[in-house]
Design a protein. Structure first.
Length: 82
């Protein structure tokens, strides 16, 4: 019926090793190194991500304010109507 997914090709002169998923540790050094690494990455990328996001939010809120003002009618235009 064909080859199984793990045996799709024969590669000569190459040694491969694998470990059983039951022997691997799911979260090695999660608390000691993982949280520190997350903090380092967040602080490193904060100044690259935050300024464009603040600028886009300010532009969005300004645009909504101008749009809402544009929807209002000017009462001075209708003073002499009767």
């Amino acid at each position: 019926m064909g080859r199984h997914f793990g045996n799709l090709a024969k590669i000569r002169h190459q040694i491969t090793y694998s470990m059983s998923p039951f022997e691997q540790r799911a979260f090695p050094n999660y608390v000691s190194k993982g949280l520190a690494n997350v903090w380092r990455r967040v602080t490193w990328s904060f100044f690259r991500v935050a300024p464009p996001m603040v600028l886009m939010y300010m532009t969005y809120s300004w645009g909504n304010e101008v749009y809402e003002q544009g929807k209002k009618k000017n009462p001075a235009n209708y003073e002499n109507d009767e």
